[in-house]
Design a protein around this ligand. Structure first.
Ligand SMILES: NC(=O)c1ccc[n+]([C@@H]2O[C@H](COP(=O)([O-])OP(=O)(O)OC[C@H]3O[C@@H](n4cnc5c(N)ncnc54)[C@H](OP(=O)(O)O)[C@@H]3O)[C@@H](O)[C@H]2O)c1
Length: 311
Protein backbone atom coordinates (compact mmCIF):
# COMPACT_ATOMS: atom_id res chain seq x y z
CA UNK A 1 0.00 0.00 0.00
CA UNK A 2 1.11 3.56 -0.73
CA UNK A 3 0.27 6.68 1.25
CA UNK A 4 -0.91 10.06 0.01
CA UNK A 5 -2.45 13.37 1.02
CA UNK A 6 -6.01 13.85 -0.18
CA UNK A 7 -8.73 16.47 0.20
CA UNK A 8 -12.07 14.79 0.84
CA UNK A 9 -13.87 18.12 1.32
CA UNK A 10 -13.27 21.73 0.29
CA UNK A 11 -11.31 23.70 2.87
CA UNK A 12 -7.92 24.56 4.38
CA UNK A 13 -5.00 22.10 4.44
CA UNK A 14 -5.95 21.17 8.02
CA UNK A 15 -8.91 19.26 6.54
CA UNK A 16 -6.67 17.09 4.30
CA UNK A 17 -6.18 13.42 5.15
CA UNK A 18 -3.00 11.35 4.98
CA UNK A 19 -4.30 7.93 3.99
CA UNK A 20 -3.38 4.62 2.45
CA UNK A 21 -4.32 3.70 -1.09
CA UNK A 22 -3.71 0.96 -3.61
CA UNK A 23 -1.48 2.15 -6.48
CA UNK A 24 -3.00 0.89 -9.73
CA UNK A 25 -0.68 -1.11 -12.01
CA UNK A 26 0.16 1.04 -15.05
CA UNK A 27 -1.94 0.45 -18.16
CA UNK A 28 -0.60 1.17 -21.67
CA UNK A 29 0.53 4.81 -21.69
CA UNK A 30 1.03 4.96 -17.92
CA UNK A 31 4.01 4.85 -15.58
CA UNK A 32 4.32 4.12 -11.87
CA UNK A 33 6.81 6.31 -9.99
CA UNK A 34 8.28 5.85 -6.52
CA UNK A 35 8.23 9.44 -5.31
CA UNK A 36 11.56 10.69 -3.94
CA UNK A 37 10.38 14.29 -3.58
CA UNK A 38 7.10 16.11 -4.11
CA UNK A 39 7.11 19.80 -5.05
CA UNK A 40 5.11 22.17 -2.84
CA UNK A 41 3.19 25.02 -4.46
CA UNK A 42 0.61 27.59 -3.27
CA UNK A 43 -1.81 26.08 -5.81
CA UNK A 44 -1.91 22.80 -3.88
CA UNK A 45 -3.98 24.49 -1.17
CA UNK A 46 -5.68 27.21 -3.25
CA UNK A 47 -7.28 24.70 -5.62
CA UNK A 48 -9.09 22.81 -2.84
CA UNK A 49 -9.92 25.77 -0.59
CA UNK A 50 -13.34 26.29 -2.24
CA UNK A 51 -15.56 24.30 -4.62
CA UNK A 52 -14.34 24.75 -8.20
CA UNK A 53 -16.54 24.58 -11.29
CA UNK A 54 -16.17 21.16 -12.91
CA UNK A 55 -13.99 19.75 -10.12
CA UNK A 56 -15.14 16.89 -7.90
CA UNK A 57 -13.99 15.41 -4.62
CA UNK A 58 -11.83 13.75 -3.45
CA UNK A 59 -8.78 15.61 -4.77
CA UNK A 60 -5.35 13.98 -4.35
CA UNK A 61 -2.91 16.81 -3.57
CA UNK A 62 0.24 17.81 -5.47
CA UNK A 63 1.11 18.62 -9.09
CA UNK A 64 4.77 17.66 -9.50
CA UNK A 65 7.20 14.99 -8.36
CA UNK A 66 10.66 13.60 -8.86
CA UNK A 67 11.42 9.92 -8.35
CA UNK A 68 12.13 6.69 -10.16
CA UNK A 69 10.10 4.41 -12.37
CA UNK A 70 8.92 1.20 -10.66
CA UNK A 71 6.63 -0.04 -13.45
CA UNK A 72 5.78 0.82 -17.06
CA UNK A 73 2.61 -0.03 -18.98
CA UNK A 74 2.99 -2.33 -21.98
CA UNK A 75 4.76 -0.68 -24.94
CA UNK A 76 4.97 2.62 -23.09
CA UNK A 77 7.37 5.48 -23.80
CA UNK A 78 7.59 8.57 -21.57
CA UNK A 79 7.50 12.23 -22.62
CA UNK A 80 11.26 12.25 -23.20
CA UNK A 81 11.42 8.91 -25.06
CA UNK A 82 12.39 5.37 -24.10
CA UNK A 83 12.47 4.55 -20.38
CA UNK A 84 13.21 1.60 -18.10
CA UNK A 85 12.40 0.57 -14.57
CA UNK A 86 14.76 2.37 -12.20
CA UNK A 87 15.14 5.47 -14.40
CA UNK A 88 15.04 8.77 -12.52
CA UNK A 89 12.23 10.98 -13.77
CA UNK A 90 10.19 14.12 -13.09
CA UNK A 91 6.45 14.32 -13.67
CA UNK A 92 4.26 17.38 -14.18
CA UNK A 93 1.25 18.13 -14.33
CA UNK A 94 0.05 15.12 -12.30
CA UNK A 95 -2.69 14.63 -9.73
CA UNK A 96 -1.66 13.41 -6.30
CA UNK A 97 2.06 14.11 -6.12
CA UNK A 98 2.04 14.24 -2.30
CA UNK A 99 2.40 10.44 -2.25
CA UNK A 100 4.89 7.66 -1.71
CA UNK A 101 4.09 6.19 -5.13
CA UNK A 102 1.79 7.16 -8.03
CA UNK A 103 0.68 5.93 -11.41
CA UNK A 104 0.49 8.75 -13.96
CA UNK A 105 0.10 9.32 -17.72
CA UNK A 106 3.47 8.63 -19.36
CA UNK A 107 3.41 11.78 -21.50
CA UNK A 108 3.76 13.83 -18.29
CA UNK A 109 6.98 12.03 -17.33
CA UNK A 110 10.47 13.13 -18.43
CA UNK A 111 14.02 12.04 -17.67
CA UNK A 112 15.16 13.93 -14.58
CA UNK A 113 17.95 16.47 -15.13
CA UNK A 114 20.98 14.77 -13.56
CA UNK A 115 22.24 18.16 -12.37
CA UNK A 116 19.30 18.58 -9.96
CA UNK A 117 18.57 16.76 -6.70
CA UNK A 118 15.15 15.15 -6.37
CA UNK A 119 14.07 18.05 -4.13
CA UNK A 120 15.07 20.57 -6.80
CA UNK A 121 13.71 18.60 -9.74
CA UNK A 122 10.35 18.15 -8.01
CA UNK A 123 10.04 21.93 -7.91
CA UNK A 124 11.27 22.79 -11.41
CA UNK A 125 8.24 22.66 -13.64
CA UNK A 126 5.19 24.32 -12.10
CA UNK A 127 7.08 27.53 -11.35
CA UNK A 128 9.24 27.22 -14.47
CA UNK A 129 6.43 26.74 -16.97
CA UNK A 130 4.44 29.57 -15.34
CA UNK A 131 7.45 31.88 -15.61
CA UNK A 132 7.97 30.95 -19.27
CA UNK A 133 4.34 31.71 -20.05
CA UNK A 134 4.49 35.09 -18.29
CA UNK A 135 7.42 36.11 -20.48
CA UNK A 136 5.72 34.78 -23.60
CA UNK A 137 2.30 36.41 -23.17
CA UNK A 138 3.82 39.82 -22.44
CA UNK A 139 6.08 39.55 -25.49
CA UNK A 140 9.19 40.35 -23.45
CA UNK A 141 12.07 40.80 -25.91
CA UNK A 142 15.85 41.09 -25.72
CA UNK A 143 17.03 44.55 -24.71
CA UNK A 144 13.73 45.54 -23.10
CA UNK A 145 13.29 46.55 -19.46
CA UNK A 146 10.43 44.80 -17.67
CA UNK A 147 9.03 44.87 -14.14
CA UNK A 148 8.59 41.68 -12.09
CA UNK A 149 6.64 41.65 -8.81
CA UNK A 150 7.71 38.82 -6.50
CA UNK A 151 11.16 38.41 -8.01
CA UNK A 152 12.52 36.53 -4.98
CA UNK A 153 9.74 33.91 -5.04
CA UNK A 154 9.71 30.57 -6.80
CA UNK A 155 8.11 31.85 -10.01
CA UNK A 156 10.13 35.06 -9.73
CA UNK A 157 13.57 33.45 -9.71
CA UNK A 158 12.61 31.31 -12.69
CA UNK A 159 11.47 34.42 -14.61
CA UNK A 160 14.77 36.11 -13.71
CA UNK A 161 16.85 33.20 -15.02
CA UNK A 162 14.85 32.75 -18.22
CA UNK A 163 14.90 36.51 -18.88
CA UNK A 164 18.65 36.72 -18.34
CA UNK A 165 19.22 33.98 -20.90
CA UNK A 166 17.35 36.10 -23.46
CA UNK A 167 18.96 39.44 -22.61
CA UNK A 168 15.84 40.94 -21.02
CA UNK A 169 16.51 43.48 -18.25
CA UNK A 170 14.34 42.89 -15.16
CA UNK A 171 13.51 45.26 -12.29
CA UNK A 172 12.40 42.82 -9.57
CA UNK A 173 10.50 43.65 -6.39
CA UNK A 174 11.42 41.80 -3.20
CA UNK A 175 11.63 42.25 0.54
CA UNK A 176 14.75 43.95 1.90
CA UNK A 177 16.21 40.64 3.04
CA UNK A 178 15.87 39.04 -0.40
CA UNK A 179 17.52 41.73 -2.57
CA UNK A 180 20.68 39.64 -2.92
CA UNK A 181 18.68 36.75 -4.34
CA UNK A 182 17.24 38.99 -7.06
CA UNK A 183 20.69 40.41 -7.82
CA UNK A 184 22.22 36.94 -7.86
CA UNK A 185 19.84 35.84 -10.61
CA UNK A 186 20.59 38.91 -12.71
CA UNK A 187 17.69 41.18 -11.70
CA UNK A 188 17.79 44.74 -10.37
CA UNK A 189 16.22 44.52 -6.89
CA UNK A 190 13.71 47.09 -5.69
CA UNK A 191 12.09 46.91 -2.25
CA UNK A 192 8.29 46.61 -2.26
CA UNK A 193 6.28 48.95 0.02
CA UNK A 194 5.66 52.71 0.23
CA UNK A 195 7.53 54.63 -2.51
CA UNK A 196 7.72 51.64 -4.86
CA UNK A 197 6.88 53.50 -8.08
CA UNK A 198 9.59 56.11 -7.55
CA UNK A 199 12.17 53.43 -6.76
CA UNK A 200 11.29 51.51 -9.93
CA UNK A 201 11.48 54.65 -12.10
CA UNK A 202 14.86 55.47 -10.67
CA UNK A 203 16.18 51.90 -11.17
CA UNK A 204 14.80 51.66 -14.71
CA UNK A 205 16.20 54.96 -15.95
CA UNK A 206 13.85 54.70 -18.95
CA UNK A 207 10.61 53.07 -20.05
CA UNK A 208 9.29 49.92 -18.42
CA UNK A 209 7.52 48.14 -21.26
CA UNK A 210 5.92 45.14 -19.53
CA UNK A 211 4.92 44.06 -16.02
CA UNK A 212 4.75 40.51 -14.68
CA UNK A 213 2.96 40.07 -11.35
CA UNK A 214 3.64 37.05 -9.13
CA UNK A 215 2.33 38.71 -5.96
CA UNK A 216 -1.22 39.92 -6.55
CA UNK A 217 -1.36 42.81 -4.06
CA UNK A 218 -3.08 46.07 -5.01
CA UNK A 219 0.29 47.75 -4.64
CA UNK A 220 1.77 45.47 -7.30
CA UNK A 221 -1.18 45.88 -9.68
CA UNK A 222 -1.50 49.65 -9.27
CA UNK A 223 2.23 50.03 -9.85
CA UNK A 224 2.06 47.98 -13.07
CA UNK A 225 -0.89 50.04 -14.35
CA UNK A 226 0.92 53.28 -13.57
CA UNK A 227 4.18 52.33 -15.26
CA UNK A 228 3.16 50.24 -18.27
CA UNK A 229 1.07 51.99 -20.88
CA UNK A 230 0.03 48.92 -22.91
CA UNK A 231 -2.27 46.71 -20.81
CA UNK A 232 -1.73 43.80 -23.19
CA UNK A 233 1.81 43.72 -21.76
CA UNK A 234 0.70 43.39 -18.12
CA UNK A 235 0.07 39.91 -16.72
CA UNK A 236 -0.79 38.56 -13.30
CA UNK A 237 -0.79 35.02 -11.94
CA UNK A 238 -2.22 36.03 -8.56
CA UNK A 239 -4.90 38.71 -9.02
CA UNK A 240 -7.42 37.50 -11.64
CA UNK A 241 -10.19 39.75 -10.29
CA UNK A 242 -8.07 42.87 -10.82
CA UNK A 243 -7.16 41.67 -14.31
CA UNK A 244 -10.85 41.33 -15.18
CA UNK A 245 -11.82 44.71 -13.73
CA UNK A 246 -8.80 46.65 -15.09
CA UNK A 247 -8.45 45.01 -18.49
CA UNK A 248 -5.09 43.23 -18.43
CA UNK A 249 -3.98 39.59 -18.70
CA UNK A 250 -4.36 36.86 -16.09
CA UNK A 251 -3.08 33.35 -16.74
CA UNK A 252 -3.62 30.07 -14.89
CA UNK A 253 -2.69 26.47 -15.61
CA UNK A 254 -6.38 25.57 -15.65
CA UNK A 255 -6.93 27.66 -18.80
CA UNK A 256 -6.64 25.48 -21.94
CA UNK A 257 -4.22 27.82 -23.74
CA UNK A 258 -1.99 28.00 -20.68
CA UNK A 259 -2.07 24.24 -20.15
CA UNK A 260 -1.04 23.71 -23.78
CA UNK A 261 1.81 26.24 -23.59
CA UNK A 262 3.08 24.86 -20.29
CA UNK A 263 3.00 21.27 -21.50
CA UNK A 264 4.96 22.22 -24.60
CA UNK A 265 7.67 24.12 -22.72
CA UNK A 266 8.48 21.35 -20.18
CA UNK A 267 11.19 19.67 -22.28
CA UNK A 268 12.92 22.99 -22.97
CA UNK A 269 13.07 23.86 -19.26
CA UNK A 270 14.40 20.41 -18.38
CA UNK A 271 17.14 20.91 -20.98
CA UNK A 272 18.02 24.31 -19.48
CA UNK A 273 18.25 22.71 -16.03
CA UNK A 274 20.40 19.90 -17.41
CA UNK A 275 22.81 22.51 -18.84
CA UNK A 276 22.99 24.38 -15.54
CA UNK A 277 21.15 27.39 -16.97
CA UNK A 278 18.10 27.00 -14.71
CA UNK A 279 18.40 26.24 -11.01
CA UNK A 280 15.77 25.75 -8.32
CA UNK A 281 16.56 27.23 -4.90
CA UNK A 282 15.16 24.88 -2.24
CA UNK A 283 14.75 26.37 1.23
CA UNK A 284 13.61 23.26 3.05
CA UNK A 285 12.99 19.54 2.74
CA UNK A 286 10.39 18.06 5.07
CA UNK A 287 9.03 14.54 5.50
CA UNK A 288 5.87 13.82 3.48
CA UNK A 289 3.96 13.54 6.77
CA UNK A 290 4.72 17.25 7.39
CA UNK A 291 2.76 18.51 4.37
CA UNK A 292 0.63 20.77 6.53
CA UNK A 293 3.74 22.43 8.01
CA UNK A 294 4.97 23.03 4.45
CA UNK A 295 1.68 24.68 3.53
CA UNK A 296 1.77 26.84 6.66
CA UNK A 297 5.24 28.08 5.70
CA UNK A 298 4.36 29.00 2.11
CA UNK A 299 1.13 30.66 3.27
CA UNK A 300 3.30 33.31 5.00
CA UNK A 301 4.26 34.55 1.51
CA UNK A 302 7.98 34.51 2.37
CA UNK A 303 9.12 30.87 2.27
CA UNK A 304 12.64 31.87 1.14
CA UNK A 305 12.77 29.18 -1.58
CA UNK A 306 10.94 26.04 -2.57
CA UNK A 307 9.90 23.31 -0.16
CA UNK A 308 10.17 19.61 -1.02
CA UNK A 309 8.26 16.82 0.72
CA UNK A 310 10.32 13.65 1.06
CA UNK A 311 8.45 10.33 1.45
N1 LIG B 1 -1.76 31.43 -12.05
C1 LIG B 1 -0.79 30.53 -12.10
O1 LIG B 1 -0.65 29.78 -13.06
C2 LIG B 1 0.17 30.43 -10.94
C3 LIG B 1 1.26 29.56 -11.01
C4 LIG B 1 2.20 29.57 -9.97
C5 LIG B 1 2.00 30.42 -8.87
N2 LIG B 1 0.90 31.22 -8.84
C6 LIG B 1 0.67 32.16 -7.73
O2 LIG B 1 1.72 33.13 -7.81
C7 LIG B 1 2.09 33.55 -6.52
C8 LIG B 1 3.59 33.34 -6.33
O3 LIG B 1 3.88 31.95 -6.34
P1 LIG B 1 5.32 31.44 -5.89
O4 LIG B 1 5.28 29.96 -5.94
O5 LIG B 1 6.39 32.19 -6.60
O6 LIG B 1 5.29 31.91 -4.37
P2 LIG B 1 6.47 32.12 -3.30
O7 LIG B 1 7.67 31.34 -3.69
O8 LIG B 1 5.83 31.89 -1.99
O9 LIG B 1 6.87 33.65 -3.44
C9 LIG B 1 6.05 34.64 -2.95
C10 LIG B 1 6.67 35.98 -3.32
O10 LIG B 1 5.79 37.02 -2.96
C11 LIG B 1 6.52 38.05 -2.35
N3 LIG B 1 5.64 38.75 -1.42
C12 LIG B 1 4.98 38.22 -0.37
N4 LIG B 1 4.22 39.16 0.22
C13 LIG B 1 4.39 40.30 -0.50
C14 LIG B 1 3.87 41.63 -0.41
N5 LIG B 1 3.01 41.98 0.54
N6 LIG B 1 4.28 42.54 -1.32
C15 LIG B 1 5.14 42.20 -2.31
N7 LIG B 1 5.67 40.97 -2.44
C16 LIG B 1 5.30 40.04 -1.54
C17 LIG B 1 7.68 37.38 -1.69
O11 LIG B 1 8.77 38.29 -1.65
P3 LIG B 1 9.68 38.60 -0.33
O12 LIG B 1 9.71 37.33 0.49
O13 LIG B 1 11.00 38.97 -0.91
O14 LIG B 1 8.96 39.72 0.33
C18 LIG B 1 7.98 36.25 -2.65
O15 LIG B 1 8.84 36.70 -3.66
C19 LIG B 1 1.21 32.76 -5.55
O16 LIG B 1 0.07 33.54 -5.26
C20 LIG B 1 0.79 31.54 -6.37
O17 LIG B 1 -0.43 30.98 -5.93
C21 LIG B 1 -0.03 31.24 -9.84
Amino acid sequence: MARHWIATRWGAPETWEFGEFEVPAPARGEVTIRVRAAGVNPADAKHVAHPRPGAGLPVPIGYEVSGEITALGPGTRIGSGEARIGDEVVAFRVRGGYATEITVPADKVFAKPSTLSHAEAANLLLAGTTAAEMLAVTGAAPGETILLHGASGAVGVSVLQQARLRGIRVIGTAGEARADVVRGFGGIPVRHGVGLIARIRSAAGGPVVAALDAVGTDEAIDTSLELVADRRRIVTIAAPARAASDGFLAIAGSQPDSARFRDEVRAELIALAQNGDLVVPVALSLPLEAALDAQRIIATGHPGGKIALIP
